[in-house]
Design a binder for this molecule. Sequence first.
Ligand SMILES: [Zn+2]
Length: 497
Amino acid sequence: MNAAKPTPDAPYTTIIGLEVHVQLQTKTKLFCGCSTKFGAEPNTQVCPTCLGLPGSLPVMNRHAFELAMKAALALDCRIAPFTKWDRKNYFYPDLPKGYQISQFDLPFSSDGHLEVVDPKGAFVPRTVGIVRVHLEEDAGKSMHDEAAGTADSRIDLNRAGTPLCEIVTQPDLRSPQEARAWLNELKLLLVYLGVSDCNMQEGSLRVDANVNLHIPLPDGRVAKTPIVEIKNMNSFRSVERALVYEAARQWGEWQETKAELGRTPKQTRGWDDPAGITRAQRHKEESSDYRYFPEPDLVPVTVTEQQVAIVRAGMGEPPPVLRKSLADRWKIPAYDADVLVNQGRELVDYFEDLATRVGEGKVASNWMQQDVLRTLNERGGTIGEFPVRPEALADLIGRVAQGDFDTSRGREIFAEVLASGRSVADVVASLGIAAVGEDDLVALCRQLIEENPKIVADVKGGKEQAAAGLIGQAKKKNPNVNPGKVRQLCLDLIRGL
Ligand SMILES: [Zn+2]
């Protein structure tokens, strides 16, 4: 647990815990062979099992279990050698069986953590404990809005039975901003692992947030506002906004009522995004209301150490590990590695391809950050569709390194390659850029020195920076000269006079 410490500008500490549901990237549902593909005609991906028809029996999808285990291992959770399924009973139109198959007292994994860091330094690194990760099936979807013009509500059961991984954190987060950053880190991890596409628009990742305030009292005790669970947030930005709103609302309410210390039941509030407020919802069920009992139609699952080792071996490098290994491998600053890794696996692959061809991690990283990423941000799209491939960019960087032209000329060429889709060699030729030969360069520098006795005298007198005046003139005489080379050559010639 992180220590609760109010800051001078807030007379309370905000305590936040998260519950995240992610749909696993399987082809079929958790207990039947129906497709999980998003966007099909309603009720076309259903069968007797996921419709809960009498006589049907569930069979566990092993791949779903392995994906969930991958997520749990990356979160440093303990994997239980023995785990079972439970029925969570409740009545709701989108739940055809009248119960959901979930995990209650023996989840398949528990006790993990995931750290969130902020390279910009807006908050201190925070290690967030994971209480448990368990598997369950998703419910169907009620559609109230789609039936435009009528009061009908309809039901689509395509989603019923889709595998869900529920990740429950400790209440370790201390600000809405941290919560958003942590969710970004979790999403990045799950996408890297191939566990989920985490597409929030399609409902592949859903977040509930628990929040309350700890308020230190003059007598040394700490008042705790009732825990509120916020639902209905459809983006990480909404999560942050809802938490900011809710902390302020609880503070205002506490100041008015100065409610007595003690246990107050948890409340559920829904986030109204357009209005920017939370609204009270139904009373939250206690777990006893769900009458959990072991699922009689499924055998418990035993997991051997060997199975865990196989899943672990297939994990690759999750983001926290990759940031470090990328920085070590290519000798780039931690900040660079962080920016690259946060863009996703595909971009890291592009960078490593480029760095291998260029042979210089830092040079490749500079071009990635200043040119490739900036262009991607402006144009949108993915790195996979980026028109300048690593071999072309490496060719360009190589020519700059050889002194064919300088970096700013290189940027012009980059922009032209990007716009035209032609090769670097083609663009160099069409822009009339020719490498200036050594003899021509020496002749040019001699001429400049002759024409500028004042600058020469300044340089000889120890003012090396005066040589900048020569470079400007050199570029006027021949735009293809490399300024660095001109400078060095002029200084050498002047010293030799
Ligand atoms: Zn089915």
